[in-house]
Design a protein around this ligand. Sequence first.
Ligand SMILES: [Zn+2]
Length: 461
Amino acid sequence: MRLILLALLLACASLRAAGPVYVVLWFDTEDYVEQAADDAALRIARDLTGLGVGATFKVVAEKARTLDRRGRRDVLDAIALHDIGYHSNFHSQQPTPALYLRDLGYVEGAAEFERRERPGMLDLARIFGVLPSCYGQPGNSWAPQTNTALRRMGIPVYLDEGTHVGLNNQPFWYGGLLYIFNMGRYQLRAPLDGDEPLAASFTRFDAAAAELAARGGGVISIYYHPTEFVTAEFWDAVNFAKGANPESANWVRPRRRTESESERCFRILHDYVAHGKSVPGVRFVTARELLQLYGKPAAPQIGREQIAAHLAARQTFLETGEGSLSAADMLVALLGMDPRYVDGPSTRATSTLRAETIPRPAFEHAKADAVSFISANQRLPAEVWIGSQTLSIGDFAATMAGDRGEGDIRVRHANLEFEKYFSNEPEKAFDWPIHPEGFRAPELLELGRLQGWTLKPARLR
Ligand SMILES: [Zn+2]
């Protein structure tokens, strides 16, 4: 009897310790070539509504306009019962975002993305009557300049997959957006093709959910494309591969699945979602809900001394029981500015200052100038001036953090530890059949690393 009681107590304790597991289920709704994909989206949206599950449909603006033109209010209405995200204006028509942003800097790139993409976002808002909650790039055509543009466009969440940046396979803050990206072993799906029995997909889901629950909670990301359920090849691969850009009159339609094949696929999704929903502690949420669950990144009460000790040794985020701060958050705090989001620097600078110490008045002048730059530009400067010489922003941060407040200031050098969260594979990270063959974008990864100042883990409220 005592043993049974003990077992019960232990079971209760472990249940109490288990954190919530949130599943974000998203559909890149993009195929504006094959009409059967319209019905697939309708079928999926209705099926999920029937299951009581809210999904996130990331819709390509051209797809929404096409549905509107075809008079498919039924499809639009069924999708609108779920969360609406933005999946670019034209998706695979050339040039795709990484292509047109690769040779642009941070500031001009953000303006260019906004010029090309804001009209599509406004079309979605008009057609669905709601502002999209999130954005995700076509294919892996990722670029860091999009972050600043998306914030300006009022889109607060980045929901997609890619390897360009990532943090422990869980959501993080980057570029001022909540990123659900690079989810690794927590990015799951029940395959629509191949030999894997559905039971194996269930087992993988259960294991991931149990692991997250034991860690205090987290997110599982699952995605599909409605078009996958009715076609045997991608609508864009048959038209826009390797940089091709045929006129619409010459677009060809992808090969279709047979009706029974499609039914089998719809059944897999249905059963997979129903299974996930039945797992205790698991809840399906939309991108919009995730933003609520992770909240705005509050400014945790972390003392100046702790911040200085951390930033003097390494420039990367700081996690404490109180919350997490990005390297930029800490730099702003040490400068005595009110907490605010600021972008990382737009270029990389190398210090020209060779002296080992800086006279205090010159350093105070540099600090005042940094405050002025950040206030004016909402981003970190690439460098600060010490008379006619410079300190890179990293060296400046380390030096300021290491300042004991007495006498001349000893120069410290940067240790940009946040850079390890970024890909170093400029070809593999952008490997997508739609990009021109051999496309590589080290420039975008470099700009991305510069924005690592803004990186920090996201925390469930
Ligand atoms: Zn897509």
